[in-house]
Unconditional design. Structure first.
Length: 275
């Protein structure tokens, strides 16, 4: 009796898993094929993600690379594993790649009607991760968005602004638009501020005051030293204050605000001395 019951249940399961869901030419997908496919794809995605996280955590000890390089290498390897794994899974479940020609044609039509941006962003993401014009931790400016790169994925890049707002930018913009990357050269950058003093102000006194104010700020570098630039050499003198700093240490907006406020406090003293 038990054997008959097990046999009956086995036949019932065989009929369910053998039920054909899709059949297009040589492509034949059954319930069992779909279940096996979903299970293997789930395991593949989990393995690729676990591998990426492991590489990001352990690469510093073995390869001595920075965080941006670790993330880029781990991301590219993850996509390679996903692509190769999908090919092996499709072959394992009995779906021949040649049988997907009809489906590929339909996907091609879909790309022509709106998926081209997704494909473009994906390819742009791979280019960004391989060429590394930007990397995690860089302070960049794209259009009206300025902030620190937090994450670079296949489709978009996450930039966190000074207001701690995450802005998700499609990777295509980093390929076709002008991108300002203050940390690209790995060198200090120069900050410029309008002096906001009367045109007749003595240059030596202005320079001395500015250097006192700038040197008191912890983020301003002593070398190159703070300086003045003449903005209107052909007419009434207008001075511009300059200072150098490391872009990783602070945002340009924050440093500009702090230095401008500190300088404004001392301007009355300068005007009094000039008067």
């Amino acid at each position: 009796m038990l054997l008959d019951t097990l046999t009956s249940q086995s036949a019932w399961l065989s009929r369910i898993f053998g039920f054909v869901l899709v059949q297009m030419g040589d492509l034949r997908v059954t319930v069992g094929t779909l279940a096996k496919l979903l299970l293997l794809v789930t395991l593949l995605v989990w393995f690729a993600g676990a591998m990426q996280r492991w590489l990001v955590r352990h690469m510093p000890q073995r390869w001595h690379v920075d965080e941006g390089t670790r993330i880029a290498i781990a991301s590219v390897l993850r996509y390679l594993v996903l692509v190769l794994g999908m090919v092996l899974i499709l072959q394992n479940v009995g779906i021949k790649l040649s049988a997907l020609g009809v489906v590929a044609g339909a996907v091609g039509v879909g790309v022509g009607f709106g998926l081209q941006n997704i494909v473009s962003n994906f390819i742009s993401g791979l280019i960004v991760m391989l060429e590394r014009p930007i990397k995690v931790g860089d302070r960049v400016e794209v259009g009206a968005v300025e902030g620190v790169v937090r994450e670079i994925s296949a489709r978009r890049t996450t930039i966190v602004t000074a207001d701690n707002i995450a802005v998700l930018i499609p990777n295509q913009r980093f390929i076709v638009e002008n991108v300002s990357n203050a940390a690209y050269l790995g060198e200090p950058v120069r900050l410029r501020l309008s002096a906001g003093v009367p045109p007749a102000t003595d240059r030596a006194a202005l320079l001395q005051l500015w250097r006192q104010v700038a040197s008191a700020h912890a983020k301003v570098l002593a070398e190159p030293a703070p300086a003045l630039l003449l903005r209107n050499p052909g007419g009434s003198p207008q001075w511009e204050l300059t200072a150098w700093y490391w872009p990783e240490s602070t945002s340009r907006e924050q440093l500009s605000s702090e230095l401008a406020a500190a300088f404004a406090e001392h301007v009355p003293r300068l005007e009094a001395a000039h008067g």
